[in-house]
Every structure is written in C-alpha cells, then in structure tokens.
Design a protein. Structure first.
Length: 114
C-alpha cells in the first residue's frame, strides 16, 4: 500500500520521532476512537441528522489530521461543510469514501506499530 497517497509522510515521520515509544499507543487510541465513528456517521446519515454528521465529521477530521492522514481529513471536511449547510444528499457516497480511506489508513498505521 502506498503510504504517500494516504499521509503527509514528512509530518507522519516527525510525529513518530517525537512520540517515540508512545506512538503505538497514539495509533491504538486513534483506531479505538475512529472505528465507532464510521457506524455513527452512517447512523447520523440514516437519521438525516446534519448536526450529528457535522460534529462527527469534524472530530474525525481533526483526529485524522493530527496523524497526518490528510486525504481522510479532507473527506471528513467535505461532510462537515455540507452538513453545516444542511445538505444531506450525497453524504452516503462520502461516508463510503471515508470508510475506504480509513481502512487504508488503519492498515498502514497498524503496519507501522507491528
């Protein structure tokens, strides 16, 4: 899997160096927090709850950005913007894209701490 298409490599490397032995814990916490976010995003979409969509996508965006998973953060930002404007249509496609991107990010992160 091409790490460069899912991360800002320079920022991720710097984060690994700064965090040292705590990097694996950071990854595990990110995954533990992010796994339930996907189902919560889907539920918020099904419930047509734009406020919940906005809040979930905002927090997912921030957490992903902190780990330099910028393409994932950008997808989350798109849902955040749309839901802020009250737009729900098309969010299911974005959630599917987020799911696919998150699975790639998760796989790469897990390979870094294995």
């Amino acid at each position: 899997m091409d790490k460069a298409s899912h991360f800002d490599i320079e920022a991720l490397t710097m984060l690994e160096e700064i965090m040292e032995d705590e990097f694996p814990e950071l990854v595990q916490v990110y995954i533990a927090d992010s796994d339930p976010r996907l189902s919560a995003l889907r539920k918020a979409f099904e419930d047509q709850d734009t406020m919940q969509l906005r809040e979930l996508s905002h927090s997912f965006k921030g957490a992903s950005g902190n780990l330099s998973a910028l393409p994932l953060a950008e997808l989350c930002f798109k849902i955040e913007e749309r839901s802020r404007d009250g737009i729900i249509d098309g969010s299911d496609d974005l959630i599917n894209q987020i799911d696919i991107e998150y699975q790639a990010v998760k796989s790469i992160l897990l390979s870094l701490i294995a």
